[in-house]
Write a protein that binds this ligand. Sequence first.
Ligand code: HEM
Length: 126
Amino acid sequence: MSETFYDRVGGAPTFHKLVAEFYRGVADDPPLKEMYPEEDLGPAEDRLRMFLEQYWGGPKTYGETRGHPRLRIRHAPFKVTPLQRDRWLQHMLAAADTLGLEEADDAELREYLVRAAQFMINADDD
Ligand code: HEM
């Protein structure tokens, strides 16, 4: 059996750290934080972590609890503009910096995040 990306980068603790660092950044960035419907970012953090773990070959808890990701549809209620994408990515790439991954894994993760964030844009900046 070939090793998944999830296993290779350290499994659950790595994904916990990635999203914890990311949401620390979101919490300190009012224009981004205001988009989140819940005051407590903890549940959003859990959903993003479960999604990323599943995407990279880890546990399928996201699908079991949330169903098919349909991420663009799930983001439709929120105005994801290029500027908000930049904020999201800034925190996410800073979070990735803290992981100390092997170069190839680091590059693969970043390329995915940049592409996924671009794909989520659904509105123009005013
Ligand atoms: C580009 C900028 C983005 C913005 C501003 C943004 C914003 C949001 C907001 C406001 C929510 C609702 C919070 C909640 O779950 O309660 C959300 C949910 C979520 N976002 Fe994003 N997002 C962005 C990109 C992404 C990307 C690139 C991914 C995946 C790689 C992602 C994955 C998720 C997931 C998994 C959820 C929870 C969906 C569910 O309800 O199951 N988001 N996002």
